[in-house]
Design a protein around this ligand. Structure first.
Ligand SMILES: Cc1cc2nc3c(=O)[nH]c(=O)nc-3n(C[C@H](O)[C@H](O)[C@H](O)COP(=O)(O)O)c2cc1C
Length: 175
């Protein structure tokens, strides 16, 4: 499977490294795209090393790449997915390379979403509304966050799902 992993700026961004690593061990071809905020949590160089491929970021070098990358992917997985990028997705906004690539995806390409955020954020009506709208649009598989003690100290839903579960959802969705 050609797996395109989108990483956004949540504390769980480091877990995307494990997802990439696991995917490659299972023989998948993996590429990574990141929001600018995500690059503050994990350096693109880490993902470049793990994928043996250039990483797509907003550094301006890769003008039209989002179209090619959107066509390349069999499956896209955005993990962790921030409340912010979920909101953009729900409203069709595309002001960065990650959301632009998501909007440019061929209609048949499945998108696996791994939201992760603080429990209050997760429970916020706006977040739940955005999630419902994205589900309604179709072709997304949401792997719900897990209930745990979060990095902020709160206990509740909001932790990124296990990378193995995210990968299993991608494999199940692959054409
Ligand atoms: C230390 C830290 C941790 C954060 N963790 C999360 C998170 O887990 N989930 C989330 O939705 N936002 C989190 N945020 C807020 C996002 O970074 C912020 O909304 C940002 O605009 C997201 O940008 P992006 O969606 O373009 O990556 C965190 C912010 C900071 C400073």
């Amino acid at each position: 499977m050609k797996l395109l992993i989108g990483v956004t700026g949540g504390i769980a961004a480091y877990k995307a490294c494990e997802l990439v690593s696991l995917s490659r061990k299972r023989g998948h071809e993996v590429r990574v795209m990141m929001t600018t905020r995500a690059t503050e949590f994990v350096g693109p160089l880490t993902f470049a090393g793990l994928t043996a491929h250039r990483v797509l970021t907003d550094d301006g070098e890769a003008a039209m790449d989002h179209i090619q990358w959107a066509k390349w992917a069999d499956v896209v997985c955005v993990a962790p997915l921030t409340a912010n990028t979920l909101g953009k997705l729900a409203h069709g906004l595309c002001d960065d390379v990650l959301t632009t690539t998501l909007l440019a995806l061929p209609a048949a390409t499945p998108v696996v979403l791994g939201p992760a955020m603080n429990t209050e954020m997760w429970n916020h009506p706006a977040v739940q509304r955005n999630l419902a709208r994205v589900r309604q649009d179709g072709r997304v598989i949401v792997v719900d966050p897990v209930h745990k003690r979060l990095a902020c100290g709160d206990v509740g839903p909001g932790g990124l799902a296990d990378p193995a579960d995210l990968l299993a959802a991608c494999e199940a969705a692959a054409p």
